[in-house]
Design a binder for this molecule. Structure first.
Ligand code: HEC
Ligand code: HEC
Ligand code: HEC
Ligand code: HEC
Ligand code: HEC
Ligand code: HEC
Ligand code: HEC
Ligand code: HEC
Ligand code: HEC
Ligand code: HEC
Length: 322
């Protein structure tokens, strides 16, 4: 509070000190109230008087644009575009409960409503209200800080990695495995693969939207924007790649196995699906048996990708042998 009173003194306005409990409004406040729009918008400059700290950094905020241009309607301009018409707040000379939108008192759902009034369009490809985050009551202001952002871009509350690890500490360990994507080293970000706002409907993995995994281009796994050689389309697709998705064989974060594989030996990965329905695979007791063509007791046959070299898809061979 002290700084607000100080601000009053410094701005040469009628000091609050020593006044009766219901003082008449300082002149500039009274003027602002009198000049309020019929719907109760007083304009942002009056906020400066009591919230100089917030005001001071606001010119750097992308939301300042509405103020600078002066062309938006009052309800879409400056401070009140988020906090609502503040006539009553100014008349009362402050207070948490007098401002229509005080985020500290707002439920996550109401925070979403407030921000999506304008951002619903940018985020419209995504059903943000049904994302894992929204459903777990993690809302905009958990990740974005409008007034105290430390990042240049996107008004993030913290550097992205620290932000995500703040709640997903277990994931840090996965990125410290012997084989990993270099997120902890700063070469990649979580948002190279995830969209924290939610994932759009996807066609891979049969259209389910797991884990808010983002997508690249039209309906592709985000992996393909970097691993372009896996993109295809191939004349002969491996359904495991195209339908089930990369994570059916790889741990996307990190793994103790080379090539980020889920299992230490390649063949055990394959035998998860090629289980012996039909002519190929192993017996129910789990001991590798021979198929008509593959003698699984022969170690030569255990390194499946030594022969099935185009395991991600081939343009030449139905069995991915070349
Ligand atoms: C884009 C929406 C938005 C705009 C525009 C905005 N605020 Fe905020 N304000 C917030 C949110 C969200 C919070 C909750 C704290 C946080 O997340 O940073 C907040 C918090 C506050 C607080 C509580 C103290 C604090 O720092 O947390 C004050 C006071 C405040 N805003 C005043 C203002 C003033 C004055 C302006 C105009 C200069 C303004 N706000 C513009 C969204 C906004
Ligand atoms: C006469 C001084 C004064 C003026 C003018 C003023 N405020 Fe406030 N405001 C306060 C005080 C005092 C509080 C209560 C702070 C507290 O309880 O922590 C407050 C609280 C708030 C909060 C609530 C923050 C929270 O806890 O979530 C917001 C938002 C806010 N003001 C925005 C504005 C905006 C926007 C304007 C300009 C339209 C404005 N204020 C003008 C004095 C003022
Ligand atoms: C009145 C409309 C309006 C409201 C309400 C609003 N925003 Fe914005 N927001 C904008 C505009 C306009 C921009 C600037 C876009 C640009 O620079 O092209 C912006 C920019 C942003 C950016 C930066 C985007 C970037 O590319 O760096 C973030 C993050 C953001 N808003 C989050 C929020 C959050 C969180 C809330 C709710 C607390 C909110 N906004 C409420 C209109 C709004
Ligand atoms: C779990 C954390 C998290 C939540 C919750 C969240 N965001 Fe974001 N948001 C981010 C991150 C991280 C980025 C930066 C994305 C990037 O690096 O590409 C971002 C980017 C943005 C951008 C700019 C780029 C874009 O995608 O358009 C806007 C605008 C934005 N967020 C608005 C919002 C709004 C509005 C809400 C609430 C309805 C919200 N965010 C909720 C983490 C979050
Ligand atoms: C304020 C805490 C918080 C922050 C910050 C946060 N998350 Fe989350 N996240 C959660 C909660 C809670 C859930 C839902 C419960 C769960 O699955 O752990 C969740 C779920 C997820 C999921 C889906 C998990 C699943 O099983 O479906 C992913 C992916 C995710 N977060 C990524 C991120 C990324 C990337 C960031 C940073 C941009 C981030 N989160 C920031 C709390 C947070
Ligand atoms: C290389 C792409 C990639 C990067 C980078 C990435 N993720 Fe993931 N993440 C995925 C995929 C794909 C899944 C889904 C795995 C599955 O369904 O088996 C996933 C799953 C998750 C889950 C849910 C499952 C679990 O392990 O709890 C969380 C939470 C998560 N990621 C958080 C993060 C965070 C936080 C970061 C950044 C520090 C991050 N991810 C970076 C691709 C990535
Ligand atoms: C932003 C670019 C990018 C994205 C997105 C990405 N990767 Fe990678 N990936 C790399 C880079 C770069 C490497 C090289 C390893 C390193 O960084 O040290 C790599 C390495 C790998 C490796 C190990 C290769 C080897 O020879 O050891 C596998 C497997 C892999 N990625 C799979 C995936 C999967 C699956 C996804 C999606 C869930 C994915 N990647 C998303 C950039 C990316
Ligand atoms: C059917 C299981 C399977 C699926 C699904 C799969 N991979 Fe692989 N991937 C492998 C195996 C096995 C290796 C190791 C090949 C070797 O050692 O010769 C590998 C190796 C890799 C490598 C490193 C070597 C190389 O070929 O560049 C990358 C990168 C990679 N995969 C990315 C991906 C991406 C991206 C996807 C999804 C589009 C994906 N993988 C889906 C089984 C799979
Ligand atoms: C997630 C399940 C899954 C995994 C894991 C998997 N596959 Fe497949 N694979 C399939 C499906 C489904 C087909 C299509 C079978 C069909 O059309 O009869 C297929 C087809 C094939 C074919 C072509 C055979 C044919 O009859 O068309 C070969 C060869 C093959 N897989 C080898 C492998 C190898 C080698 C691995 C391990 C690196 C592997 N697969 C891992 C699901 C999987
Ligand atoms: C030494 C080379 C070689 C290795 C190693 C090998 N394959 Fe094959 N595989 C072949 C050849 C050649 C064919 C096609 C001709 C045939 O059926 O004999 C084939 C056919 C297949 C087929 C389709 C026909 C069928 O029998 O259903 C599948 C599925 C398959 N292999 C999976 C695997 C898996 C899984 C592994 C690892 C456990 C593996 N292969 C290891 C050479 C190999």
């Amino acid at each position: 509070m002290g700084f607000r009173i100080l601000a009053f003194l410094m701005s040469g306005l009628c000091p609050l000190l020593g006044q009766s409990p219901q003082p008449s409004l300082p002149k500039s406040l009274a003027e602002a109230v009198a000049a309020a729009s019929p719907t109760g918008f007083v304009g942002s400059s009056v906020c400066r008087i009591c919230h100089p700290d917030v005001w001071q950094s606001f010119f750097r905020n992308p939301h300042y644009k509405s103020l600078a241009s002066g062309k938006s309607e009052p309800e879409n301009t400056g401070c009140e575009s988020c906090h609502g018409p503040a006539k009553g707040h100014v008349e009362a000379q402050g207070g948490k409960t007098t401002i229509p939108v005080a985020f500290s008192l707002l439920s996550p759902a109401k925070t979403l409503d407030t921000c999506l009034r304008c951002h619903g369009k940018d985020l419209s490809r995504i059903d943000i209200r049904r994302s894992s985050h929204s459903q777990a009551e993690v809302a905009c202001a958990h990740c974005h800080s409008i007034h105290k952002s430390t990042t240049q871009k996107f008004l993030l509350a913290r550097d992205q990695r620290d932000l995500c690890y703040g709640c997903h500490g277990n994931v840090r360990v996965q990125f410290a495995m012997p084989f990993k994507h270099r997120v902890n080293e700063g070469f990649m970000n979580c948002t190279d693969c995830h969209n924290p706002h939610g994932a759009p409907a996807a066609t891979w993995r049969m259209g389910v939207r797991p884990r808010m995994v983002a997508q690249a281009l039209a309906n592709e796994e985000p992996c393909l924007k970097c691993h372009t050689d896996k993109r295809g389309p191939f004349a002969f697709e491996h359904p495991a790649v195209r339908v089930d998705g990369c994570e059916s064989c790889h741990h996307p974060h990190g793994s103790t196995n080379a090539k980020l594989l889920r299992r230490p030996a390649v063949f055990t990965t394959c035998l998860e699906c090629h289980t012996g329905g039909g002519t190929f695979g192993r017996q129910a007791d789990g001991i590798a048996q021979q198929s008509p063509t593959h003698d699984m007791r022969n170690p030569r046959y255990q390194n499946c990708t030594a022969c099935h070299v185009r395991i991600h898809g081939s343009n030449a061979d139905r069995l991915f042998l070349r």
